[in-house]
Design a protein around this ligand. Structure first.
Ligand code: DQA
Length: 142
């Protein structure tokens, strides 16, 4: 039993990037503590981060059918990527979109997600906890 965690562009800079908005945890902190959280529940976690839209698409396509679900923070591609939307629509595996910050109290261009309509669900503004909540939702559904 496995979940996949995918993080998009600039999230490799967490802990070192607009800490007032994103907190001071690093991507490695997120990956490690989510892995521990899931281990306890009998699930393994695979992690992937890329700054490249095509690489994110490749990873999601490869993941199809292999995971209980996918926890995905698409970062800025949330607001721009029709290609990622088509991928999420095309695969059978459930995807939950997660944002660390509350995109709704930020710039107008962050209010719209092109991906949320084709995701199983969306979690915003709850910091690192959002990733754990997404994991719980995917496991509960199995
Ligand atoms: C983000 C929100 C996006 O608008 C932004 O481009 C990010 C991070 C978040 O986790 O809050 O890079 O996805």
């Amino acid at each position: 039993k496995r979940l996949l965690l995918v993080n998009g562009p600039n999230l490799n800079m967490l802990g070192n990037r607009e800490n007032d908005i994103y907190g001071d945890f690093t991507l490695a902190d997120i990956e490690k503590s989510l892995e521990l959280f899931l281990k306890d529940k009998g699930y393994d976690l695979d992690c992937f981060q890329s700054n490249h839209e095509g690489k994110l698409i490749d990873r999601l396509q490869e993941a199809n059918g292999k995971y209980t679900g996918i926890i995905f923070n698409p970062a800025a591609y949330t607001h721009t990527s029709i290609a990622l939307r088509d991928t999420i629509k095309a695969i059978d595996t459930r995807v939950i979109e997660v944002h660390i910050s509350n995109v709704h109290n930020r710039e107008e261009f962050r209010h719209r997600s092109l991906l949320a309509p084709v995701c199983y669900g969306q979690i915003v503004g709850l910091g690192f906890t959002g990733y754990k909540l997404a994991a719980i939702a995917l496991i509960d559904k199995e």
